[in-house]
Design a protein around this ligand. Sequence first.
Ligand code: AHR
Length: 491
Amino acid sequence: MNRIIVNADCGMHKINKNIYGHFAEHLGRCVYEGIWVGEDSPIPNTRGIRNDVVAALQKIKPPVLRWPGGCFADDYHWMDGIGPRKKRPRSVNKYWGGVIENNHFGTHEFFDLCEMIGAEPYVAGNLGSGTVREMRDWVEYITFDGNSSMADLRRQNGRDEPWKLNYFGIGNENWGCGGSMRPEYYADAYNRYAMYAYNFSGNTLNRIACGPSSDNYKWTEVMMREVAANSTERMHGLSLHYYCKTLDIAAVDDDGGWFELMRKAVRTEELIRKHSTIMDQYDPDKRVALIVDEWGTWHTVEPGTNPRFLYQQNTIRDALVAGISLNIFNNHADRVRMANIAQTVNVLQAMILTEGEKMILTPTYHVFEMYKIHQDATLLPIYLDSPDYEFGDSAIPTVTASASRDADGHIHISLTNQHPHGDVNLSIEMRGTHLSSLSGRILTADIQNACNTFEKPDCVVTKEFHCAQIVSDTELKVALPSKSVVVLELS
Ligand code: AHR
């Protein structure tokens, strides 16, 4: 029996809206071209930031935006990115193709972007190659309201009031591009840097530590033991990076390693469960959040593009990965309190692709638009009995789901069917509520590599979903098409 039970009266945890967060790095054409075109550009912009991209992002309600990296962050010196743009130094973006970084998009431009799109800023500080002083001065520059040299410098550069900064990363991937550190070494460095990343002028930083890659459980263990267990105030979040990689396959290949990609997406559940179990030992009250601040698909780059620019198309396959991952994050809302898909524009699993003045929305964008109803809603616990999707000797669940109740009392159930060919008939039992109305939306496609292109931007878009019906005041039947993401609204 393919069955879901939704416990509509048992909600205990809020789905933190930050699970629907984003990440924009100085990498390839994400920041430059994708977001920043400069004030003199013929592409319509406001203070140098593309209007079309801002308008598109506003529609998916981005709650938080992480910047400036990624690997770029631990080689970024923030003072290069302030002051008159013409005078800003030109540096080399060594990690991402050795291109020249003109630093025209810096701290002020980033906070301006966040204000335009309604997202909270999440700044990643430089622990790998920056000094403790450089990091603490950046925090002072951004948040101090008195008359210090840093705050006065900010005023000279056009911003009188300090900004509010809730989220601050103390390094990025310090086990790799952020300094190749052992966890024990990083834990000590973290303690030192985090101590001087002060709270100024009533601003409270949530300090986020570099966490593990994928299944590096040792890293989590050491960080929880050496940092979280010793101080309740120093570490508010531990980041997890997990990419679903099919590195030798292009996004638009027709089968494109479909099963393998779905298997990797479903594995997110196991990773979160195991890291959470380790965290629970040191932090049973779940004070430290698990922050999946880089996730998404990673395919081979589009032909003819710079391999270090990580530019890939985005198909219904990527949309499935988004739907699956977000369902898993929702269901772990007690511990996962932020996630940031990589990346916002033109890099990896992007929301938006641009070509000169043209812009298209990807299938992944549409998943974020459909799922935004879960933001800050109450998670409803579910029981899911999914049929297996078998491939060779392996099997994964065919269906993932999550459910929430919003402030107006509407219940939303998001569903994925990751099987490329098989439809699934589902029975959904609603406990603790009575059904009176139902509507739904679906994102699906006829072929496995369906995508939106600059010539045909609307191939994969959401439609009304008519294959769900109320069969009694506590039961629904749903015919879930293959390769689909569906969101139902019930009241
Ligand atoms: O998102 C691309 C890169 O992936 C980031 O810069 C890095 O943190 C990760 O390895």
